[in-house]
Write a protein that binds this ligand. Structure first.
Ligand code: DAT
Ligand code: MG
Length: 138
């Protein structure tokens, strides 16, 4: 079993798509092991997106993710990291297939509704960043 972090980004909360997004993962059969509504401060956002520091879109990205509340969700499944990435859809809007979250609801490379960890190592780091140990089910 593997765990991964999903964030419903501020655009998802604003667009009232939290339930829709969560229900896709639930119906697929992933186990919900943690969830909370958080308005991230800059320090949290900068740590979360540290791998992108220095890239041209980094400043805007941090502004966007700190612009409103997000829902942090911890999910468990076999191969959860890759499963969630597949269900999210590609970063490039023209490559996000219908049937994926991004492919069904977004056309914007930044306002793309969801974050999902991209490796098992990053999932562990990100889960520890967003959740205290006692906020996750054993
Ligand atoms: P993903 O969110 O699919 O993991 P990523 O890790 O490469 O993609 O980038 C993180 C976020 O940064 C992404 O969700 C939106 C933003 N971003 C990435 N590339 C961008 C670009 N070229 N222009 C604007 N925003 C971008
Ligand atoms: Mg990423």
């Amino acid at each position: 079993m593997e765990r991964t972090l999903v964030l419903v980004k501020p655009d998802g909360v604003e667009r009232r798509l939290v339930g829709e997004i969560l229900s896709r993962f639930e119906r697929r059969g992933l186990r919900l092991v943690g969830m909370k509504l958080v308005h991230p401060d800059r320090a949290l956002a900068e740590r979360h997106y540290a791998v992108h520091a220095g890239k041209p879109f980094y400043g805007e990205l941090v502004n966007f993710i700190t612009g409103g509340p997000v829902v942090a969700i911890a999910l468990e499944a076999e191969d959860a990291v890759r499963l969630v990435r597949t269900m999210m859809g590609a970063l490039r809007p023209s490559e996000a297939l219908p049937g994926t979250i991004r492919g069904d609801y977004t056309t914007d490379v930044q306002r793309n509704l969801v974050h999902g960890s991209d490796s098992a190592d990053n999932a562990a780091t990100e889960l520890a960043l967003w959740f205290r140990p006692d906020e996750l089910l054993p």
